[in-house]
Write a protein of this length. Structure first.
Length: 330
């Protein structure tokens, strides 16, 4: 799966492409920080205008909107360019995988579900990595940039349960985010969601294979098809039930998550020790830090799917290696 990074053929795409993507993600984070600063200035201006009629001019107000428009336009253009390049990068990665499977397909074709591994799992792997990989890298960059910013913004502001402690807000974000992530990992482990996803794909592969054979051989249906589909039905119904349990915990946490920032800032809001603009900056920075720390939590259903695809491709490659070793010994 990772020959893409060791092959001379793909060297430029693997390393130069990675460097360009990382740079563009970092620039996007820098623009986002500028937007966060804009929120503070703009909402302070709004508070001033609402408190005293005609305290600001129309040109000042429009200038504030124009500033945001420029930042947003840069962010959109950079985001589109990054997404376009990432799609090409990951298709090259998929191509490197497929080329290897093609080169050994004379042996690989005898493995159960070989066609699904080569066609479906490679494209699923690349598509999942497109969203999951870039989101992970961006989360780390956001954390690096926003963590000290949040600490600076919260200095001197009382935080629920932490008082005037300088690290109260970032500590609260860390405890809440890590707690939610641990909750999701525990639920997924108890419910064996990765195993269920793997079994589901295995049953679907067997059903798909018999359907392909049935196109030319009428003697195997309908009984064989019905028996296989019964297995597909059972594993799907089981996955629906287990994901229901998983989503109860996940959705409850996400709903509570909406109020967390306001709860931590409650003493400062009630005491009126900050302006509307500062509050918006803190809440947005808090949300970004919290969101980065919650990467595993938010991405967990996709991570389960990726783990299942990875497991199937590793098993496929392991069987190819065993067949190759067997041929060498003979």
């Amino acid at each position: 799966m990772f020959r893409f990074f060791t092959s001379k053929k793909w060297f430029l795409w693997a390393y130069l492409g990675s460097a360009v993507i990382l740079t563009s993600l970092w620039l996007s984070v820098q623009i986002d920080v500028k937007i966060n600063e804009w929120f503070g200035v703009f909402y302070d201006m709004i508070q001033k205008a609402l408190g005293t009629p005609n305290a600001i001019t129309m040109s000042e107000y429009l200038e504030g909107l124009y500033t945001f428009g420029k930042l947003a336009a840069l962010w959109i253009v950079l985001g589109l360019a990054t997404a376009f390049l990432t799609s090409h990068f990951l298709f090259r990665w998929r191509t490197s995988m497929v080329e290897y499977y093609h080169s050994v397909y004379e042996k690989a074709r005898t493995i159960e579900g070989a066609s699904q591994r080569v066609q479906e799992d490679t494209i699923r792997f690349s598509r999942i990595m497109e969203g999951l990989g870039t989101a992970f890298i961006e989360s780390l960059m956001v954390l690096v940039e926003y963590f000290p910013l949040l600490m600076g913004l919260s200095v001197g502001i009382p935080i629920m349960w932490f008082g005037d402690w300088s690290y109260g807000l970032v500590s609260g974000a860390l405890i809440w985010a890590v707690g939610g992530t641990v909750l999701m990992i525990a639920l997924a482990w108890i419910l064996r969601l990765v195993g269920i996803e793997y079994d589901l794909q295995k049953r679907e592969a067997a059903y798909r294979k018999i359907l392909v054979i049935a196109e030319d051989d009428g003697s195997i249906r309908p009984k064989s098809l019905e028996e296989l589909f019964e297995g597909v039905r059972k594993i799907h119904f089981r996955s629906y039930l287990f994901y229901l349990y998983f989503n109860i915990g996940r959705l409850a946490y996400l709903q509570a998550n909406v109020l967390v920032g306001y709860i931590f800032l409650a003493p400062a809001i009630v005491a009126g020790v900050m302006t509307l603009g500062v509050m918006q900056q803190i809440l947005r920075a808090f949300g970004r830090v919290e969101g980065s720390l919650q990467y595993l939590f938010n991405a967990w259903p996709t991570i389960i799917e990726l783990a299942s695809v990875y497991k199937r491709l590793r098993e496929f490659e392991r069987q190819i290696d065993l067949m190759t070793e067997s041929e060498v010994e003979t």
